[in-house]
Each structure stands twice: as structure tokens, then as C-alpha cells.
Design a protein around this ligand. Structure first.
Ligand code: PLP
Length: 328
């Protein structure tokens, strides 16, 4: 294994640490998606995770790994929504003071669900990258412990527990499709699954609208892009200002990265609701979309698709379902 900033034993340690907080989620066979994808497809339902996304795994692992002094100082983080909710939830249960920074573009349902958990909330910045800048300024002034949403070995190890569960539930899995933004989720999942079987194909899936990691991987260096609006509101944002782990891990561990369009994402959300009565947010539906479009090349006999979250505005989901004839 080329990368050793995060090891398989870190992922096992994370699993033990977070066991009382994060759920082991189901891996569900989808006959309907299998038919379209031309492989046996199983959905890893992180949409059913506490707080509505896998982010609880990394956030809990990180908070539980802090020193007593760091815990006492309190934490600050930046998020497009799901990581912020996970940090707020885990911090509240541990009695740690949390500050969550969000961009003005944050989805309303995500903002409301974070506020309910009682952290300090700072909404500032025209997009995710500006929110990152604000959060770093506040951190410098306040001395709060900074909790990075993806570029942190402890967070990556926490997200890797998703991969452990997949290979345990389906040891004969040949490929995995994983939603991709900063790359914390896929780095952890790839590390855990390739440790079990280096032949497993790991494919990142992201939206066509300003996919920073996708273009950075193609270019062989981190690129900057202007953020664009997308239904996959958990996925936009850059990798910087500095990236120490996830870009390199993605370079080393990913077999491929592919894109899906806004319309393909919407169709995948409608499909999940129609076929499985599953609520899936845009950023979490990209793997389903890639499988539906057979976008990801050879999936082998058995593929797992990580369905990473459910935090979608319900009226929006119902509207999408109706537009796709999936509201019955
Ligand atoms: C954060 C998030 C992702 C992307 O995770 P990264 O670690 O940033 O690649 C995918 N889906 C959902 C629902 C998310 O909240």
C-alpha cells in the first residue's frame, strides 16, 4: 500500500471508537438498478445513518480523538451542511462547544437541522470556498480546534469504516462507486476495500458542475474552479488552500473518476424513491446515476454503490419525483 498516513488498523480503531454513535448501515441488493447497470448492484445506505449522512463517522472519530485540552477549547468547522450537522450532533453528545461555518448558499433544510443541535452557526461567504476562508480567520482569532471536513487522516479513517462494512457484507464485491468531493470518503473506502482485495475497482463519481477533484486528478495537480450551482449541494468546493492527504490518496487509490449531469442526478433521486422508497439527496445519488447510465466502465459481477446521504429538501424531492413520473 503506497500511502501510510492512514492505515487499515486506523480504520479498525475508528470502528471501535465510533461504534456507540454511528450505525452500521444496511447493504441492500437492488434488482432494479442491477438490471440497468448490467451487474449485480448493492446499495450501501449511509442515507439511513444518524444525522442523514456518513459524515458522522469521520466527525465522531475526530472528536473522540482530541485531547482533553482540545475538547475544552471547543471546535470550529466549515461545511456545505452534512459535515456541520455531524459535528454539531457528535459535539453536543460529548459536551464539546462547536462552531459551524457555512456559505450563504447552504441548503435551507441543512441549515435548520444544524441550528436545532445548538452549535454556534456562522453563515458567511458567497460559496463554499469563501466560507472556508472565513472559518480559518475565526479559527486564528479564537484558537478553537479546527476540524477539517475531509483532509484529515482521522476523518478519513472514520469514513473508511463504510468500506470495511461493505467488504464484510459482500466479500465477493468487484467494484465500488463512491460520491466524490474533497475525497475523504473515497480515500477511506478505497483504503479499507483494497486492503481486503487490491483488485476491487474504486470509482469516484461527481457532478459535471465544477468538479474540482475530478479535474485535479486529470491534470495531475490541484486546480481551482469557479463554483457552480448544482442539485448535488454536498459536493461543490475546492481542495485548498492546502491539501495534505486526500489529493494524493485519490491519485494513488482511485481506478477512475466519472461525471454525471444534473438531469442524470435528478433521475437517480427519482429512481431511488420510486423503486425503493428511499430518500436520497443529490450529492448522494451520483453513484446510482453513474450505474444507471453505465458510465463507470466494467463493474465486474458485483458492484456496491455508496448512497452517502438523505438530507434533501422534501418538497424539492417530490417535485423531482413528479417530473420523472415516479410519484406513485
Ligand atoms: C461530504 C459528502 C460527500 C463527499 O465526501 P468527500 O469526503 O468530501 O469526498 C458525498 N456525499 C454526501 C452526501 C456528502 O455529505
Amino acid at each position: 500500500m503506497p500511502t501510510d498516513d492512514v492505515t487499515l488498523s486506523d480504520v479498525y480503531a475508528a470502528r471501535q471508537r465510533i461504534a456507540g454513535v454511528a450505525l452500521r448501515t444496511p447493504l441492500m441488493h437492488s434488482p432494479a438498478l442491477s438490471e440497468r447497470a448490467g451487474a449485480e448492484v448493492h446499495l450501501k445506505l449511509e442515507s439511513l445513518q444518524n444525522t442523514g449522512s456518513f459524515k458522522l463517522r469521520g466527525a465522531t472519530n475526530k472528536l473522540l480523538s482530541l485531547s482533553e485540552e482540545e475538547k475544552a477549547r471547543g471546535v470550529i468547522t466549515v461545511s456545505s451542511g452534512n459535515h456541520g450537522r455531524a459535528v454539531a450532533y457528535a459535539a453536543r453528545s460529548l459536551g464539546i462547544k462547536a462552531t459551524v461555518c457555512l456559505a450563504e448558499t447552504v441548503a435551507r433544510n441543512k441549515l435548520e437541522n444544524i441550528k436545532k443541535l445548538g452549535p454556534e452557526v456562522v453563515v458567511q461567504g458567497k460559496g463554499y470556498d469563501e466560507a472556508v476562508e472565513h472559518s480559518m480567520k475565526i479559527q486564528e482569532k479564537s484558537g478553537l480546534t479546527y476540524l477539517h471536513p475531509f483532509d484529515d487522516p482521522v476523518v478519513i479513517a472514520g469514513q473508511g469504516t463504510v468500506g470495511l462494512e461493505i467488504v464484510e457484507s459482500l466479500p465477493e464485491v468487484d467494484s465500488v462507486l463512491v460520491p466524490l468531493s474533497g475525497g475523504g470518503l473515497i480515500s477511506g473506502v478505497a483504503l479499507a476495500m483494497k486492503a481486503a482485495n487490491p483488485g476491487i475497482r474504486v470509482i469516484g463519481v461527481t457532478m459535471e458542475a465544477a468538479p474540482v477533484m475530478y479535474h485535479s486528478l486529470k491534470a495531475g495537480e490541484i486546480v481551482e474552479m469557479e463554483e457552480e450551482p448544482t442539485i448535488a449541494d454536498a459536493l461543490p468546493g475546492g481542495l485548498g488552500p492546502e491539501n495534505f492527504y486526500t489529493f494524493r490518496m485519490c491519485q494513488e487509490l482511485l481506478d477512475d473518476a466519472v461525471l454525471v449531469s444534473e438531469e442524470e442526478i435528478a433521475a437517480a433521486m427519482a429512481f431511488a424513491l420510486q423503486e425503493h422508497r428511499l430518500v436520497v439527496e443529490g450529492g448522494a445519488a451520483v453513484g446510482i446515476a453513474a450505474a444507471m447510465q453505465q458510465r463507470a466502465g466494467d463493474l465486474g459481477e458485483r458492484a456496491a454503490v455508496v448512497v452517502s446521504g438523505s438530507n434533501v429538501d422534501l418538497p424539492l424531492l417530490l417535485k423531482i419525483a413528479q417530473e420523472h413520473g415516479a410519484a406513485n
